[in-house]
Design a protein around this ligand. Structure first.
Ligand code: ATP
Length: 263
């Protein structure tokens, strides 16, 4: 890390995330566009109060259940996910017996290898989707963007995505996969297309996801199925949009002008 951010800094967690992404960018793990994508997420996180809302919590529970019930679950990893949550990603894969696959919007071997190294260093045993291993295609997506691993996403029944773009999410849903997406933007096409949309920051999602997977492992399968069956994604996304609307209305009503105390 290049800067030491004091504990007292009110934006410490957010600034540390930026530092991790800049570090990832320097290591060619994060694409330049990934830094902008993070900025869009940050803006929504700010409005959402940088906390996990009840709706996101129930989406995470449904995601944990869906991953546990899957025959071939895959966690899709891009540069931002690797830079922010490599260890948690590996731990979630292990907890859910899911494969990890590198799946990039801007594919290039150098970056695939750099991300693979980060995941291996975080404890991953196998990483799909590197180089020639991305030997299959998602129909409807042109060239590099459509490449996936036949052992991974191509044949997966449940795919966990984070910070994904709408086109690819839509095509995976069209392929008949159950798509779990993490996206702080409740208005994005990804958030609208996914079967389970977790509107929360990936850094808060993984620890909760792992906790819920472990808890659900102790329940019988009927109870786990019930969670998936009763889950309503439209309602979840709607609840987060309502939270955004209420927060903005409250700010407008109260005014949020801060006074700087005089010396
Ligand atoms: P779409 O095509 O789905 O409408 P988009 O064009 O916004 O979405 P991208 O530019 O690929 O797609 O953006 C990725 C998404 O990731 C953004 O919507 C952003 O809110 C979200 N995001 C960024 N950082 C995080 C994070 N740390 N945790 C969760 N979501 C994030």
């Amino acid at each position: 890390m290049s800067t030491d951010i004091p504990d007292s800094h009110p934006r410490k967690v957010s600034l540390e995330m930026r530092e991790r992404l800049v570090h990832g960018w320097e290591q060619k793990v994060v694409a330049t566009a990934g830094l902008f994508a993070h900025g869009r997420g940050e803006a929504f996180d700010y409005i959402l109060g940088e906390q996990t809302h009840a709706a996101a919590d129930s989406a995470i529970e449904a995601a944990a259940a869906a991953l546990l019930l899957a025959d071939k679950p895959v966690i899709s990893v891009n540069g931002n996910v690797a830079a922010l949550t490599a260890k948690e990603c590996v731990d979630a894969g292990r907890a859910a017996s899911a494969q990890l696959e590198i799946n990039l919007f801007y594919r290039c071997l150098e970056r695939e290898k750099a991300i693979e190294q980060v995941l291996l260093a975080a404890g991953a045993k196998t990483v799909y989707g590197v180089g020639e291993d991305a030997d299959s295609r998602v129909p409807g997506l042109e060239s590099e963007r459509g490449k996936v691993d036949s052992r991974g996403i191509f044949h997966a029944d449940v795919v966990f995505l984070a910070l994904e773009d709408g086109d690819r999410t839509e095509q995976l849903v069209r392929m008949g996969k159950k798509v779990i997406a993490v996206d702080l933007n409740p208005f994005s096409r990804t958030a609208q297309f996914a079967d389970i949309t977790i509107i929360d920051n990936i850094v808060r999602v993984f620890p909760l996801l792992i906790e819920k997977i472990e808890k659900l492992k102790t329940k019988d399968k009927t109870a786990v199925w019930k969670i998936v069956d009763l889950y309503n994604n439209k309602k979840t996304v709607g609840e987060v949009i309502k939270a955004v609307r209420l927060k903005l209305a409250d700010m407008e009503k109260k005014g949020i002008f801060m006074e700087v105390p005089k010396e």
